[in-house]
Design a protein around this ligand. Structure first.
Ligand code: THU
Length: 135
């Protein structure tokens, strides 16, 4: 399990479109049935329309048939504008989507430049998640 997807994330960073921030992010998600989906951040000249790597990966999973609760694990790696690999944790919006699409039990793996992983449950990263049950 150690360094799983690390090399793939490094290669995936090259697909990121981030000309405005210079901050490339790559994410790989694994579903409970073993399916794997990739995503990168895609920025826009109209800045708020930018989409994060994690949500891009999860949206692709949903597009391909993944259902609410199916996401099991989220792997993330970032690269800054000087080319250095760095650890990035998911933003608040991505935490919401990860919580909802995993049934609030995903594990999030954030790599640093050495391939060392910080591992957190989504429940740790987004306590008291709003999962829509009240709607
Ligand atoms: N970004 C992600 O892709 N994922 C995150 O969790 C944090 C931020 C992207 C969005 C934007 O393109 C760039 O990083 C700088 O915020």
């Amino acid at each position: 399990m150690s360094k799983q997807y690390y090399q793939e994330l490094i290669e995936l960073l090259d697909q990121s479109y981030a000309p405005y921030s210079g901050f490339n992010v790559a994410s790989i998600i694994v579903c409970k049935n073993g399916d794997v989906f990739k995503g990168v951040n895609v920025e826009s000249a109209a800045y708020p329309t930018t989409i994060c790597a994690e949500r891009n990966a999860i949206h692709t999973a949903v597009t391909n048939g993944s259902k609410k609760g199916d996401v099991q694990a989220v792997y993330i790696l970032a690269r800054n504008d000087t080319g250095g690999l760095i650890r990035a944790f998911p933003c608040g919006s991505c935490r919401q989507v990860i919580a909802e699409q995993s049934g609030n039990d995903a594990i999030v793996y954030c790599y640093n430049e050495l391939g060392e992983v910080a591992e957190h449950s989504i429940a740790e990263l987004l306590p008291h998640a709003f999962l829509g049950d009240e709607l």
